[in-house]
Design a binder for this molecule. Structure first.
Ligand code: MG
Length: 250
């Protein structure tokens, strides 16, 4: 079932999303060579809790931290660790959710640590660009497949691939709600987009093939071919006046 939010509920979403967005921005500003990912996670948790909210991911399905922090060939769900120290040239994907007053906000971005290669920079730009293509396609009256196809086209036109095994999702009183929002698909297919739907649109883009492998820790998802991967995500409300990005930092 797809939950459609009224304006009061969207107000709650907005507040949770603003906290998630600020937490992501603060963590992104702290990304630099020499910093370990547990320190970034701590920063995120402290900010979210200082706002009276709860990190959505902490304990979710047993996840042991407040944010997923994924370096280089890690696609998503990297577990923060004091032993994972960021190096110059790394790309660092951070995924953060915040729960406030019963509603979740969810967002992610990939940050550059120091000087990254031109190839890595191009991957980040393509992934972020594909997110905005997907958001632009989140029009009332359209279909989820419009978003999926827009992301896929943008990514594949640039010679990259979209991860198939993990997809975006509805978000609201649950962190993951219907519908699934794949980053690949066909325009005009899938559930109808109606005002009040809130979607986490989140392209996961690999420089090489789309295949991924889950490591034995049962969380960490890496590219099967070892290629770099990037991840950008916003929580977006479908409205009668077009898509509205809820996860913008104040
Ligand atoms: Mg998400």
């Amino acid at each position: 079932m797809i939950a459609v939010k009224n304006s009061r509920e969207l107000g709650f979403m907005q507040r949770a999303c603003a906290i998630a967005a600020k937490a992501l921005r603060l963590a992104g500003e702290a990304v630099e060579p020499g910093v370990n990912t547990a320190a970034l996670d701590r920063l995120i948790r402290q900010y979210i809790e200082s706002q009276g909210a709860t990190p959505s991911f902490l304990g979710y399905g047993g996840f042991p931290a407040s944010a997923c922090i994924s370096l280089n060939n890690t696609v998503i769900h990297g577990i923060p660790s004091q032993h994972t120290v960021i190096k110059n040239g790394d790309i660092v994907s951070i995924d953060v959710g915040a729960l406030l007053d019963g509603y979740h906000g969810d967002n992610a971005a990939t940050f550059a640590a120091g000087d990254i290669s031109p190839d890595a920079k191009a991957l980040l730009e393509a992934t972020e660009g594909s997110l905005y293509e997907g958001i632009a396609a989140a029009q009332s009256g359209g279909r989820v497949g419009d978003i999926s196809a827009a992301v896929q086209r943008y990514v594949e036109d640039r010679g990259y691939s979209v991860v198939r095994q993990f997809v975006g999702h509805g978000v609201g009183t649950a962190l993951h709600e219907d519908p699934g929002v794949p980053n690949f698909g066909t325009p005009g297919r899938g559930p109808r987009l109606v005002p009040g739907m809130t979607l986490a649109i989140e392209p996961m883009v690999n420089a090489g093939g789309y295949q991924v492998t889950v490591l034995p820790d049962k969380w960490t998802v890496v590219t099967a071919d070892g290629s770099l991967s990037a991840h950008f995500e916003h929580t977006v409300a479908v409205t009668a006046n077009g898509p509205v990005i809820l996860t913008l930092a104040q």
